[in-house]
Design a protein. Sequence first.
Length: 274
Amino acid sequence: MLADVIDLLICPVCREGLARAGGAVRCGRGHSFDVARQGYVSLLTGSAAPGTADTPAMVAARADFLAAGHYAPLADRLARLCADAAVVADAGAGTGYYLARALPEGAAGIALDISRHAIKRAARAHPRVGAVVADVWRPLPVRDVSVDVLLNVFAPRNPAEFARVLRPGGTLVVVTPAARHLRPLVERLGLLSVDEDKERRLEEALGGRFARTGLDAVEVALDLGHPAVEAVVGMGPSAWHTDPGTLADRVRALPDPVRVTASFQITTWVPRAC
């Protein structure tokens, strides 16, 4: 757990290295952060609310849906991209599902997420994953040039910090939903749709610090029963914008099961030379 990655972490206050000290991690200047009984550490600072961190219900829905294997082909593709890595980090790791599936034998993994509810699960996702509560929008509590592969799966992106923590020759792997992703559910349940400009905006966001090296598509045909439909809606951003009662009525009106296509776009990037 944290022992495998502690040398890769830094203090969010002074940016010095951290070491385990009993039930806490501590830097040389005395800043100390308690390790939770579940094995994770929060390196968030300040009193600001954690924004749109996933709720317990969202985390539970995601854990149930992913455990059923619906997105396993995507996880397998990510594992191939991480095959030669010694250190893999996941910015916006959620429950740690993709990081745990992608981590090569002998490699260390760092799960970073702002949701404590998600990180509690990530701490148990794999014996060599260290789980850290952290805000992707802030400086990451990770050492410079220490990560071989940085995963970013359906999560916010911080290009400057991503470039800082990647080693020379390291790879950023970004997964976004494609236009066809779960389209029948989007249309019939009134869910948030994929921005048609998403690819251009991704290029604009990352292009200043990264050069794109690959573009791949993963599509998976799924027959989802009503509980799985409710889970896939409840685990994503539409959960913030959907009335539960209205959603339940619309789900009952669907075929059971309903055939949908999960459609993902994977892009790989390398940091540009400074």
